[in-house]
Design a protein around this ligand. Structure first.
Ligand SMILES: NC(=O)NC1=NC(=O)NC1=O
Length: 164
């Protein structure tokens, strides 16, 4: 939809429109409350500042909806469709796919949550090397990287959902 449509939706409609971008109530509510936005830049600026910082609880809640990298998101919901699109270019070779499964497992064993990375625009090899690098992070460093990836995904999705 375009920006003027987004500005004119009811609060519930506007929340429904942006929730697939990032399932964090505080972010959704702040973004919707900030309407009307004069242009796409001010919407993106509001989305970015509302997404920084996240609390750990917000990150955990948002991660619950992200399928693993390399796994095809099931279902017909908006988030599943977005995820499939973001991972469409991934299509790793069988060997890389197997290594992605291992990297996801190693990451989840280390951090106890799904490995999150902004997949759009990245090859399977790049994602694999990022997973290998990040699994070595300290808890604090990795929490910051995960939040940053979540922010990037949210802003990419918002840009697709509300184009000027
Ligand atoms: N575990 C993930 O990183 N999932 C995802 N990254 C994306 O960019 N889209 C996803 O669904």
């Amino acid at each position: 939809m375009n920006l003027s449509t987004f500005n004119s939706l009811t609060p519930d409609e506007a929340r429904a429109a942006v929730r697939p971008c990032l399932d964090v109530d505080r972010w959704v509510d702040e973004l919707v409350a900030g309407r009307p936005y004069a242009d796409a830049e001010s919407l993106a600026a509001a989305a970015s500042s509302a997404a920084n910082p996240f609390t750990d609880a917000e990150v955990d809640a948002a991660l619950a909806h992200h399928p693993r990298i390399g796994e095809r998101a099931e279902g017909s919901g908006a988030e599943a469709c977005l995820s499939r699109g973001e991972q469409a270019a991934l299509d790793p070779a069988a060997e890389t796919a197997a290594r992605l499964v291992e990297a996801n497992q190693a990451y989840e064993k280390r951090f106890g949550r799904v490995f999150l990375i902004r997949a759009a625009g990245r090859s399977a090899e790049e994602i694999l090397s990022e997973a290998t690098r990040r699994v070595q992070n300290t808890d604090e460093a990795e929490a910051a990287e995960t939040a940053d990836q979540l922010r990037q995904i949210a802003l990419l999705r918002l840009h697709g959902a509300v184009a000027e």
